[in-house]
Design a protein around this ligand. Structure first.
Ligand SMILES: O=C(O)CCC(=O)C(=O)O
Ligand SMILES: [Fe+2]
Length: 419
C-alpha cells in the first residue's frame, strides 16, 4: 500500500505541475486529455518521465503480481476448479522479453468536476460512463469515493474503499476465458462530491497471441452459488478465440471511456485522441441523432418514414404490411415489375435481443438511414446502435456497397463503453 500511496503522491505533483507530456495521437501510453478527465497510461516497454520511473516501475510490478495471484486463486476456487496457473498463462510472459510492450497497463486517472454540469441531473461524472474493462482483471485504488458497480440484480452499489483497500473487477477477457463463470463487472464513476478525484487502475490484459480455450478444463463445471449469485457455464462463450481477435470484437462495439469523448459532447467538441474509427462514427451518429430528434416521429403503423433523410420512400418497414408486400410482388411481366425489383431490396434488421423487423429499401439507401429508422421504431437514438453485416461494421456504406441482398440480415448491435 505504501507503494501505491507513493505513486499517487508522485502523480499528484505531476498533475499539479502539468509536467506530463501529452501522448501523440494513436499512442498506447502517455497522457490523454479528455474533457473533465486526464488519463496517464504507463506500460513497461514505453518511455516514462524520469521523475516517475521508480514509483511507476514498483507500482506496476506490485500490482501485476497481485493481479496474477488473484487470478490463480480464482482458478482454484471450487466453482472454477482449474489448474492453478492456467488463467494467468493468458497474461504477458514475465519478465517481458526484449523490445516487448506490455499488454497490461497502469492507468492513473484524474477527474475534475465541471463547474457547471452539462446535464444537471446526471448521476455519472463526465468520463465515468458505465462500462466493462476489456482485460482479465482490474485493480482500483482511489483517494475519494465515486466508484460504483452494478449488482447481478441491476442495482448500482457504491464501492467505497477504506484505507489500504483495493477493488477488483473481472473484465471481458476473464468472462470469456471462464465461459461466463466469472462475469464481467459493469462499473462507473458517479458524480464527484469534491472538485477532483484520483484513481490508480491496474489492468491485467491478455497477451494478444494467447489462445482462450478452456472447454476441457471447464467441461464438468456447471456453476454454483457464489454469495447470493448463481453463476453458470455459458456454452455460447466456449468457442476458442485468440485474445487479439477477442479485443478486436470488443473494440468494434465499445467506445473507450479513457480515449473517446462522450457521445453527447462529441457533437459539440473536436475529438483530440482515440481510436478514430469509433469516435468518428460516434460523432457522426450523435449529430444525426440531434437533428433527427427535432423532426416528427413516425406514427405507429405508417409504412413510410416522415423524415427528409429518408427520401421518397427510401425505407419501408415491410413486416405485416400487406400493401408493401403487394408493392414488392407486382403483376408478373408488368413494366413495374422490373422497375420495382431493381429498385428495392427486402431484408431483415435484427436487434441484439434477437427480435427483427423487415425493411424494404433501395440498394443506394445509406445504412445510416436504416439505422435511424430502426432506432426510432425501437424508441432509441441511432447513436446507440452499430450496424453489422457478416461481422463487419457497415455504417458508412449503402446497402449495395455493403453487399446486402434480398433476404439478408443486418444486425444492429448496441453501442457500449469499455476501458
Ligand atoms: O476511476 C475509477 O475508479 C475507475 C476507472 C475505470 O473504471 C477505468 O478506467 O476503466
Ligand atoms: Fe473500468
Amino acid at each position: 500500500m505504501d507503494t501505491l500511496k507513493e505513486l499517487q503522491d508522485d502523480f499528484c505533483t505531476c498533475f499539479a505541475n502539468q509536467s506530463l507530456p501529452v501522448a501523440p495521437p494513436g499512442a498506447d501510453a502517455g497522457l490523454f486529455v479528455l474533457p473533465h478527465k486526464q488519463v496517464y497510461d504507463a506500460r513497461p516497454g514505453r518511455a516514462l518521465p524520469a521523475a516517475l520511473a521508480s514509483s511507476v516501475g514498483q507500482g506496476f510490478a506490485t500490482l501485476d503480481m497481485l493481479a496474477r495471484l488473484i487470478l490463480t486463486a480464482l482458478a482454484q476456487s471450487p466453482q472454477i476448479n482449474m489448474p492453478a496457473s492456467l488463467l494467468a498463462t493468458l497474461a504477458d510472459d514475465m519478465p517481458l522479453t526484449n523490445d516487448a510492450i506490455s499488454s497490461s497497463v497502469l492507468s492513473v486517472l484524474r477527474y475534475v468536476k465541471p463547474s457547471t454540469p452539462s446535464t444537471p441531473s446526471s448521476i455519472v461524472t463526465p468520463g465515468g460512463q458505465e462500462h466493462v474493462d476489456k482485460g482479465l482483471l482490474t485493480i482500483v485504488y482511489d483517494d475519494l469515493p465515486g466508484l460504483q458497480v452494478q449488482s447481478s440484480t441491476g442495482e448500482w452499489q457504491d464501492v467505497t474503499l477504506g484505507k489500504g483497500q483495493i477493488a477488483v473487477f473481472a473484465g471481458y477477457t476473464l468472462e470469456r476465458a471462464t465461459c461466463g463463470l466469472i462475469p464481467r463487472a459493469l462499473h462507473r464513476v458517479r458524480t464527484l462530491q469534491s472538485s477532483e478525484r484520483m484513481s490508480l487502475c491496474f489492468k491485467l490484459r491478455g497477451r494478444p497471441s494467447a489462445m482462450i480455450d478452456f472447454r476441457q478444463e471447464l467441461n464438468n463445471t456447471t456453476g454454483g452459488w457464489k454469495g447470493a449469485d448463481w453463476i453458470v457455464y455459458n456454452p455460447q462463450l466456449a468457442a476458442p478465440i485468440r485474445v487479439a481477435d477477442l479485443m478486436a470484437e470488443f473494440d468494434a462495439v465499445h467506445s473507450s471511456v479513457n480515449r473517446d469523448l462522450d457521445h453527447a459532447a462529441a457533437a459539440a467538441q473536436q475529438p483530440s485522441f482515440g481510436q478514430p474509427d469509433i469516435s468518428q462514427a460516434a460523432t457522426g451518429s450523435a449529430r444525426r441523432a440531434n437533428s433527427l430528434g427535432k423532426r416528427p416521429r413516425v406514427a405507429q403503423g405508417q409504412h413510410t418514414v416522415g423524415d427528409e433523410d429518408l427520401r421518397d420512400r427510401d425505407v419501408i418497414f415491410a413486416k405485416a404490411m400487406p400493401e408493401v408486400q403487394a408493392e414488392i410482388k407486382p403483376e408478373p411481366g408488368s413494366p413495374a415489375a422490373h422497375a420495382t425489383e431493381d429498385r428495392k431490396i427486402k431484408f431483415r434488421v435484427r436487434g441484439q435481443d434477437g427480435a427483427d423487423m423487415w425493411f424494404l429499401a433501395r440498394p443506394s439507401t445509406k445504412i445510416d438511414t436504416i439505422t435511424a429508422a430502426f432506432a426510432r421504431k425501437r424508441g432509441m437514438q441511432p447513436s446507440q446502435l452499430i450496424p453489422f453485416f457478416q461481422t463487419e461494421r457497415v455504417e458508412r456504406f449503402s446497402l449495395e456497397e455493403a453487399g446486402i441482398q434480398g433476404g439478408d440480415v443486418l444486425d444492429m448491435l448496441l453501442h457500449q463503453y469499455g476501458d
